[in-house]
Design a protein around this ligand. Structure first.
Ligand SMILES: [Zn+2]
Length: 214
């Protein structure tokens, strides 16, 4: 099989445009119970069926399925690597296509722990048995500045590398504390796949007004 649109990529040579109104809506604000699953690819948190958590991309709805981490980042931004990258995987219930939100993470040594980050780090450490839920607000992982997104059509970055993924990558990284970084990345190696060619794809750099719904 010849692959034509693989991920990750170096995000450069992008085309600037304005996203239409309501282009990206995220139902990410309320907490949802996830279950930690560790694998050869690192730490993942699965949600099972979560009909109330979704994203709508250009009016198509995908349900939140799972999120996981890569260390270092898989995507590059103008050839720059970040400390880590989190992928929120959403799936359309009928055609099973995927929409993945990629957020770069940077470790900020000066970042003060808050009650919320300490609880988050603890829940990652406690939830090793995959039976204890990790209550998570997906919206917590969004950086403060989120008025731009990169959009391109790509693939899964692990086997089977299926090319049915609409990628949304935020250029602005989310800063996390060293404690949280250690809680997530301390026990496992995490993989980052090599950069793949753009080929003939358009990489859009969109000015967007992200709509957060509950
Ligand atoms: Zn991933």
């Amino acid at each position: 099989m010849t692959w034509r649109q693989q991920s990750p990529i170096n995000l450069h040579a992008t085309i600037r445009a304005d996203a239409p109104k309501d282009y990206l809506r995220l139902s990410w604000s309320a907490a949802v119970d996830g279950f930690r699953r560790d694998s050869d690819h690192g730490v993942a948190v699965n949600f099972g069926v979560t009909p109330d958590k979704y994203l709508e991309l250009d009016e198509k709805r995908y349900h939140l399925h799972q999120f996981h981490f890569h260390h270092p980042s898989e995507h590059l931004l103008d050839a720059k690597t970040f400390d880590a990258e989190v992928h929120f995987v959403h799936q359309h219930l009928d055609d099973l296509s995927l929409a993945v939100v990629g957020i770069f993470l940077t470790v900020d040594m000066s970042l003060k722990e808050t009650k919320e980050t300490t609880a988050l780090a603890e829940s990652f450490l406690l939830a090793k048995d995959a039976a204890t839920p990790v209550p998570l607000k997906p919206a917590w992982w969004l950086p403060e500045k989120r008025d731009r997104i990169f959009r391109y059509e790509g693939s899964l970055t692990t086997e089977p590398y299926t090319e049915s993924v609409s990628w949304i990558v935020l250029p602005e990284p989310k800063a996390i504390s060293p404690e949280l970084f250690k809680a997530i990345f301390g026990s496992h190696p995490h993989e980052a796949r090599a950069i793949q060619p753009h080929d003939r794809r358009y990489i859009l750099d969109l000015a967007v007004k992200m709509v957060l719904v509950k």
